[in-house]
Write a protein that binds this ligand. Structure first.
Ligand SMILES: [Zn+2]
Length: 465
C-alpha cells in the first residue's frame, strides 16, 4: 500500500503545478501585513504594499485550487472547465472573476467527508493523504507531519485557538499535535486550504445527495486551517456559485434551516443573541448610522491597527446577519420594509418582519422544504411561486414572480429564475442555471465579505503587474 502510493506521487507532483498565471512571490494584503507587523517590510516593499493594499481594488480575480477525492483522471482533467462559465457569469456584476489555477487528484483518500463529517481519524491514518497534498516523497509519518507543520509555520500560522463570536474555525485544532491526534476530514482539508492560502480551495467529493458547503469568512488569518468550498459530487450544474456566495459572506434567503410544524414566517431574531452594543457600533462605523452603506470604499489598509481590523471583522459578522434582509422580508399585508434602518429597528425591538422565503414543514406538492417552489399546477415545471399562510389545499396566498414583492428579489425573469442563495428548485431540464440572481444588497455584502482579512489572504490576480 505504501509502495503503491509512493509510485503514484511522481504523477501527482506534476498535476499540482500552476496552469496559468504563476503565483510567484507576489504580495497579498496578508503578507504585507505580516511583514509590517514583524518589522521586516523594507521601504521598497512598503511602497508596493501601500500602492496595492491601502484601498480596495476595482476588480478581483481569484485562482481556484481544485482537489479531487479519488476521482478518475478524466474527471480531474475536465470537470473544473465545465464549472467556470457559470461561476464567472454569476459574479461578473461584482467585478469578480475566477480561473482554474491548479488541480490535484488524491488517490485512495482516507479523509473523504465534508464540512460536517464526524468520523475521527488518527493523523497516522491520514499520512497517505497528507503525502499527496504535500507532493512529498517522504514516507516516514513523523517526517511528513513535520513537513506539513513547517510549511504552515512558514505561512505565518501561529494560533491554535478558536475564534471569537462563535465563528469556529474549521475542524478541531489540538494545541499539541502528534501522530496520535484525532482529526476529522475537515481538519486535514482546512490545512490544505491554509497551505494554498492565496487560492480558493474547492474540494470535490464523491457523495452524491449530500450537501455542498462553503465556509463564511472567519476572524483572523493565522489559524492552522482556512475556509474552503466543498462540492458533494461532480454534477453539471454544481453548487459552486452558491457556495462561493457563502465563501464571501452571504447567508441563505431562508434563514435557518429548521423545519417545524406551522413553520414561522418571522425572521429569526435569535441569531442576534451573541451581539452587543459594541458590535452594533462597529457595524454603524462601516455601514453608516442608517446602515445603508454600500461598502465601495470600506477597507482596512494593510498597516492599520489591530483594533481597526477587529472592529471591521466585528462589523462584517453582524452585517451578514442583518443586512440584505430588507428586500427579503415584508410586513403584514405584504407591505415592504422601507430600509435597512427600519429592518434593524424591527429586529432590535423584537418585532421582526416576515420572511419572503421562510422554512416550512414538508408537505405534498411542490412546496418541499421552504415556501417557494416550482408550480404544481398542470404540467408546468418551470414557473416558480411562493405560498404564504397555510390552509391545506387552499393556500391563503400564492404569489408569482410578477408580484412586486417577489420580483427582482427572490424570483426573477417572469417567475422562472431564482435567487442564488435560495434553495428554490428551478427548472434544470435543459442544463441551464436559473438559480443565479442576487439583489444589489447581496452584492454589497459580498463586497464587504471579500475585504475580510481571511479573504484578503487570497491573491487578487488583477493586482499583478
Ligand atoms: Zn447554502
Amino acid at each position: 500500500m505504501q509502495k503503491g502510493l509512493f509510485l503514484l506521487l511522481g504523477v501527482l507532483a506534476c498535476s499540482t503545478s500552476p496552469e496559468s498565471e504563476s503565483s510567484g512571490e507576489h504580495w497579498t494584503w496578508v503578507s504585507c501585513r505580516q511583514a509590517h507587523s514583524s518589522g521586516t517590510l523594507d521601504p521598497a516593499d512598503r511602497a508596493h504594499c501601500t500602492t496595492k493594499y491601502s484601498a480596495p481594488a476595482p476588480t478581483q480575480r481569484y485562482g481556484l485550487h481544485w482537489v479531487f477525492l479519488g476521482h478518475d483522471e478524466e474527471t480531474v482533467a475536465t470537470y473544473p472547465e465545465t464549472q467556470m462559465t457559470d461561476l464567472n457569469a454569476v459574479f461578473e456584476d461584482n467585478n469578480m472573476s475566477f480561473f482554474i489555477h491548479s488541480r490535484v487528484r488524491i488517490v485512495h483518500p482516507v479523509a473523504v467527508e465534508g464540512a460536517t463529517g464526524e468520523t475521527m481519524h488518527s493523523v497516522t491514518d491520514l499520512i497517505g493523504d497528507m503525502r499527496q497534498y504535500l507532493a512529498t516523497d517522504e514516507t516516514d509519518p513523523q517526517t511528513v507531519l513535520d513537513l506539513m507543520l513547517a510549511r504552515l509555520t512558514a505561512l505565518g500560522v501561529t494560533s491554535a485557538g478558536v475564534s471569537k463570536n462563535g465563528e469556529k474555525g474549521v475542524g478541531l485544532q489540538p494545541t499539541e499535535l502528534t501522530l496520535d491526534s484525532q482529526w476529522r476530514a475537515a481538519d486535514l482539508h482546512g490545512r490544505v486550504a491554509r497551505l494554498n492560502n492565496r487560492l480558493i480551495t474547492v474540494v470535490v467529493r464523491q457523495a452524491q445527495g449530500e450537501k455542498s458547503w462553503g465556509h463564511f469568512p472567519r476572524e483572523g488569518y493565522t489559524d492552522p486551517t482556512a475556509g474552503l468550498i466543498y462540492l458533494a459530487s461532480v454534477t453539471p450544474l454544481s453548487a459552486l456559485p452558491h457556495e462561493t456566495g457563502h465563501y464571501f459572506g452571504l447567508p441563505h434567503t431562508h434563514g435557518f434551516w429548521k423545519r417545524k410544524p406551522g413553520a414561522t414566517q418571522s425572521w429569526q431574531s435569535g441569531s442576534l443573541g451573541g451581539f452587543d452594543e459594541t458590535d452594533w457600533d462597529a457595524l454603524k462605523a462601516v455601514a453608516g448610522p442608517d446602515y445603508s452603506g454600500t461598502f465601495h470604499d470600506t477597507y482596512v489598509a494593510f498597516d492599520q491597527s489591530e483594533a481597526d481590523v477587529s472592529a471591521f471583522e466585528q462589523a462584517q459578522f453582524l452585517a451578514r446577519r442583518v443586512l440584505g434582509w430588507t428586500e427579503l422580508t415584508y410586513l403584514e399585508g405584504f407591505q415592504p420594509v422601507a430600509s435597512d434602518a427600519e429592518f434593524v429597528a424591527l429586529v432590535r425591538a423584537g418585532t421582526p418582519p416576515l420572511m419572503k422565503n421562510f422554512v416550512r414543514e414538508s408537505e405534498p406538492g411542490s412546496f418541499t422544504g421552504n415556501n417557494c417552489g416550482k408550480s404544481y399546477t398542470g404540467s408546468d415545471q418551470t414557473t416558480l411561486r411562493c405560498k404564504y399562510g397555510d390552509d391545506g389545499e387552499d393556500p391563503l396566498h400564492v404569489l408569482y414572480g410578477q408580484d412586486a414583492i417577489l420580483l427582482g428579489t427572490l424570483l426573477f425573469a417572469d417567475s422562472t429564475e431564482a435567487n442564488l442563495m435560495s434553495y428554490i428548485s428551478t427548472d434544470t431540464s435543459d442544463g441551464i442555471r436559473r438559480k443565479k440572481h442576487m439583489t444589489q444588497r447581496q452584492r454589497d455584502l459580498i463586497r464587504l465579505g471579500s475585504r475580510m482579512p481571511s479573504r484578503l489572504r487570497l491573491q487578487n490576480y488583477d493586482l499583478l503587474d
